[in-house]
Design a protein around this ligand. Structure first.
Ligand code: ACO
Length: 346
């Protein structure tokens, strides 16, 4: 007997929310304890400020707030699955997602973490779209949340200048490809041969199986900035171009890329022939928030009018692994709350 499979259902973005913690750290504050300056950080990265959690706070606290805002934006009371992208879970085991689902009152839904570092949000979107396509779920809450302030070496000026804590979330619902907000296409990739470029050397099975204590510094995040920069430009440009070609868009209206460095965003925009106004940036306000970065940039862009309903958007990320990934969609009409704690524009 043969059976014709129905066309897979599309996953449609139905809600969006972002959250950052209260404590703002500007460049001048960093320069008081590190050998750096506001001028160096602004000109080399474009970042002016980042936010950090308070003692005792954790990634799940940010994830819950972002998830709540995404549900509210969608006018939804709940979701029937939760995917959390993070590489700074509340604890190594178990995953953080089930606790987030419980605190959001979602009931006994499937909930799990995805770790693709700064690409995590795009990987989580693709995973959630799969849950919807297979009929496993009707509405999936996808959250990207990280607290890199907890894994940076206090004296590492390179990483402390860049990273901030934050979370962003979207609610995906089952729908049709022709609807605004439908995730039209994905491109995902990895290159494990380059894993050492972005890593926390200790704390996993490789180190723990030795039975030897690791130096404290090996439990901190390290990144080889220059080669990572080059890989980021190459991978995000190529991945975005693939989707533009497959969608036959010629050029997208907006690119919302992982917010690591303004020079990376400008280089990717140049490679793709995009104008500065087409490349969304909010890293000046929040720094690199890792898995929170893309939904936080989306939330900022929607609330300040830089991203409008009907615009063709590519989301693209790059991060540890190495990993990269992109998604294409036409932006839907959604009510989105402004990010909290932002000082008024200068
Ligand atoms: N303040 C002052 N000087 C600094 C600072 C700082 N905060 N950071 C580095 N420097 C110094 C370096 O020590 C070096 O000094 P030297 O010439 O005396 O050795 C000099 O500045 C140049 O260093 P580079 O590393 O070449 O600086 P670069 O211009 O490449 O900027 C940066 C460094 C910002 C890290 C950049 O390489 C970058 O953005 N890389 C990509 C980051 C990224 O894309 N991450 C995404 C993935 S992250 C994830 O997945 C978690």
């Amino acid at each position: 007997m043969t059976a014709t499979l129905p066309a897979p259902r599309a996953a449609v973005v139905a809600g969006l929310g972002g959250w950052i913690p209260h404590r703002a750290v500007d460049n001048d504050e960093l320069a008081r304890t590190l050998d750096t300056s506001d001028t160096w950080i602004r000109t080399r990265t474009g970042i002016r400020r980042r936010y950090t959690i308070a003692p005792g706070e954790a990634t799940s606290d940010l994830a819950v707030e972002a998830g709540r805002r995404a549900l509210k934006s969608a006018g939804a009371a709940d979701a029937d699955a939760l995917v959390l992208a993070t590489s700074t879970p509340d604890q190594p085991c178990p995953a953080t997602a089930p606790q987030v689902a419980a605190r959001l009152g979602l009931g006994p839904v499937p909930a799990f973490d995805v770790n693709a570092v700064c690409t995590g949000f795009v990987y989580a979107l693709a995973t959630a779209a799969g849950l919807i396509a297979t009929g496993t779920a009707e509405r999936v809450l996808v959250i990207g949340a990280d607290t890199f302030s907890t894994i940076l070496a206090p004296d590492d000026r390179t990483t402390r200048a860049i990273f901030g804590d934050g979370a962003g979330a979207v609610l995906l619902r089952a729908g049709d490809r022709s609807e605004p907000g439908a995730l039209l296409d994905f491109d995902l990739g990895s290159e494990g041969e380059q894993a050492e470029l972005i890593q926390v050397p200790a704390g996993g099975s490789r180190q723990r199986s030795t039975g030897l204590a690791a130096p404290a510094r090996d439990h901190c995040f390290t990144m080889q900035g220059r080669p990572v920069f080059m890989h980021a430009v190459l991978r995000m440009s190529a991945s975005t171009q693939k989707l533009i070609d497959r969608q036959e868009w010629g050029t997208p209206d907006k690119l919302v890329a992982h917010q690591a460095n303004i020079r990376i965003l400008n280089a990717v925009g140049d490679q793709l022939g995009l104008g500065e106004e087409q490349v969304v940036a909010n890293l000046d306000r929040v720094g690199n928030t890792v898995a929170g970065s893309i939904p936080l940039a989306l939330a900022d862009a929607v609330t300040d009018g830089r991203l409008a309903p009907g615009e063709r958007v590519v989301l693209t990320g790059f991060g540890g692994g190495l990993t990269w990934g992109s998604a294409a969609l036409v932006w839907p009409d959604l009510p989105v709350e402004a990010l909290p704690h932002q000082p008024p524009a200068a």
